[in-house]
Design a protein around this ligand. Structure first.
Ligand SMILES: Nc1ncnc2c1ncn2[C@@H]1O[C@H](COP(=O)(O)OP(=O)(O)OP(=O)(O)O)[C@@H](O)[C@H]1O
Length: 609
């Protein structure tokens, strides 16, 4: 250290050169101030010229770097020229096909890193890792083997079911990076990467959307191998659905597959036969290719919309699913109340629908955007887009009356009074028939209160047919009874254990054996049903108690109706008749105190008291 310090503080010695005296040695260039210390250090230790050494090193470095880039670019160009690549993006259905196919490949993927998923919602987790919250919704696909096993031996089936639920099969797809796979004797490189894109277009924006990319590369200038692979992936993805109805749900502006269900037969949804036939005929006509041409020739946007309205549990959603089954169309379900749904994502949902699909917008009245704009109610509750809370004294008499009408289970009224609309009416209208909105789709909106919808939403072109769903009538009660007990013939296409099970079950119950017998039972049943009082869902609830006893369903119906009426009364709130003692004490009430009490009661109800 002492030597070093001394050499640094001493003036630089003159370098000695052993060249010919005639040639004057060039004096060593005075090092630049920043090189002074390293230069002195080098010279004192190695007697080397630091400047020359540095330039030599820089030259070597630059040569190697340029050589590296030249070689790499040449290699890339050669690879590009002699290989074929296809890129698949996560916002395209092909991505789903490919990832499903990959998860089904048991061998021939040469990789050491995978995304493993045993989640209920396997697809969401795999396709969009880290982005999907668990909703707790579990929709299971039907499994014929399970049904056959259950028909044979329920206990074994159940223990297997429970074990399976605990140890869900783990599915694998290659994780981010490059992997090799062999398909039809060809080696294919599979590259997966993801990119985070904020909704505002900035990477550091508040809400991110993860986009994924997969590229498949194989040797040769022909893309045939890759096309064949993708076609195979698509077929395997589509074939698993068979004739089932595929249901998609919206999630933050994207459609996500949720389930495939055995299609519901349209005859199981009871509705005025004339209305039902008109609706089915209208859709059939709309889907006809000549209709499409007809629309195009006249410059009319090729779209069709329906609104199904009526009380809860009257079959609106059921009819929509049955129509999807009848026409083998996928159903895309969304609700304007969905958390996180913005105007931008709503428009994206509408534009990414496939042609020939059903878009079901549920409970449009509950979104808070659909009040008639001219009405007093609108300005009072949504002045400036900010919800105005109800005053505690329960002054709003209309409100109280409407609440009672909705019944205790109604959520739509509550949501309207506590939330401001996130989607404006104009955004919804634009999404429905905006210039980039998909043509060929069928829009079905359901609502419990059609009178709350703005007339702009219901104008022809947006909504072409409105169908009312009402409570059970004598005719629909008969139809429901028939559809409930008619499917008792043994399905000869079912596996033998299932047929045996059905036979055993039928022989132990008192089922009608012929169509005539069923008809006369249905007529007796229907004659005991009061028209317009009971919703189909409530009726179904009753029939489910007598799933295998059609005779008991008839015998017990009158008792059930008495109880049903009583419970309905009680749900409306206790009245004087329920409390005769109180009624007597109230005899002396003046009209004004009675009104004050009723007002208080409404106020308490609204506050949940
Ligand atoms: N018209 C009907 N025909 C046959 N079944 C019905 C009918 N209405 C209701 N149901 C039965 O009642 C249940 C609820 O029906 P659904 O969900 O279709 O009613 P909804 O009108 O859509 O109700 P909400 O307005 O609450 O969404 C289903 O299980 C369905 O089978």
């Amino acid at each position: 250290t002492a030597v070093l310090l001394r050499s640094l503080s001493a003036p630089p010695p003159k370098p000695t050169f052993t060249t010919a005296p005639a040639m004057t040695a060039p004096p060593m260039a005075e090092p630049a101030p920043s090189f002074y210390i390293p230069s002195r250090l080098f010279y004192s230790l190695q007697h080397l010229d630091f400047g020359q050494l540095l330039s030599l090193m820089l030259t070597i470095g630059a040569t190697f770097t340029s050589a590296f880039f030249v070689i790499r670019n040449t290699a890339y160009r050669i690879c590009d020229y002699y290989t074929s690549t296809v890129e698949v993006r996560s916002n395209d259905p092909t991505f789903d096909y490919l990832m499903y196919w990959m998860s089904e490949q048991k061998q021939y993927i040469y990789s050491t890193s995978f995304v493993a998923s045993a989640a209920t919602n396997m697809w969401d987790n795999m396709l969009y890792p880290g982005r999907v919250k668990r909703t707790g919704i579990q929709i299971e696909e039907d499994n014929e083997e399970d049904i056959a096993l259950a028909a044979n031996d329920f206990n074994t089936y159940w223990s297997q079911r429970i074990r399976h639920d605990k140890t869900r099969p783990i599915k694998y797809t290659p994780c981010e990076g490059v992997h090799l796979l062999r398909h039809d004797g060809t080696m294919i490189s599979f590259k997966r990467r993801s990119d985070q894109v904020s909704r505002q277009g900035r990477k550091d924006g508040p809400s991110f959307r993860q986009s994924e990319f997969v590229s498949l590369t194989c040797l040769g200038r022909s893309t045939a191998t890759l096309r064949k692979l993708l076609a195979e992936a698509q077929t395997s993805y589509v074939e698993r659905d068979g004739a089932k109805t595929v249901i998609y749900h919206s999630n933050r502006g994207m459609w996500q597959r949720r389930a495939s269900r055995i299609a519901r037969d349209i005859s199981t949804v009871v509705l005025d036969p004339v209305q039902k036939a008109a609706l089915v005929e209208d859709i059939r006509e709309y889907l006809h290719p000549l209709t499409k041409r007809w629309y195009r020739e006249r410059g009319i946007p090729y779209r069709r919309g329906y609104v199904l309205f009526g009380a809860p549990g009257t079959g609106k959603t059921s009819l929509c699913l049955a129509l999807a089954g009848l026409f083998s169309l996928p159903v895309y379900i969304s609700s304007l109340n969905e958390p996180g749904l913005s105007e931008e994502s709503l428009s994206q949902l509408f534009t990414t629908l496939p042609t020939r699909s059903i878009l079901l917008l549920e409970d449009v009245d509950a979104a808070g955007l659909t009040h008639k704009r001219s009405e007093k109610i609108s300005s009072r509750r949504y002045s400036g887009g900010i919800p105005v809370s109800q005053s505690d004294d329960g002054d709003d008499d209309d409100e109280g009356e409407e609440k009672e009408e909705d019944g205790p289970g109604s959520t739509s009224r509550r949501s309207k009074t506590t939330r401001s609309p996130r989607i404006s009416l104009s955004a919804l209208l634009n999404a429905i028939d905006g210039i980039i909105s998909v043509e060929g789709r069928i829009l079905i909106m359901t609502t419990n209160h059609i009178d709350h919808l703005d007339s702009a939403l219901l104008r022809p072109g947006r909504i072409d047919m409105s169908i009312y769903f009402g409570n059970i009538t004598t005719e629909t009660a008969e139809e429901l009874y028939r559809s409930f007990y008619s499917t008792q013939s043994i399905d000869s296409s079912s596996p033998q254990p299932v047929q045996d099970y059905q036979k055993r079950k039928l022989s132990s119950c008192d089922y009608p054996t012929s169509e005539e017998q069923l008809s006369s039972l249905a007529t007796v049943f229907a004659s005991r049903i009061p028209s317009g009082e009971i919703s189909p869902a409530e009726m179904q609830g009753y029939l489910l108690r007598h799933k295998y006893r059609p005779d008991k369903a008839i015998a017990n119906i009158q008792d059930w109706i008495v109880r049903f009426r009583y419970e309905k009364e009680m749900r409306k709130g206790p009245t004087r008749e329920h409390f005769p003692a109180t009624a007597a004490a109230d005899e002396g009430d003046t009209e004004s105190t009675a009104r004050a009490r009723s007002k208080n009661m409404r106020g308490r109800k609204r506050r949940g008291g």
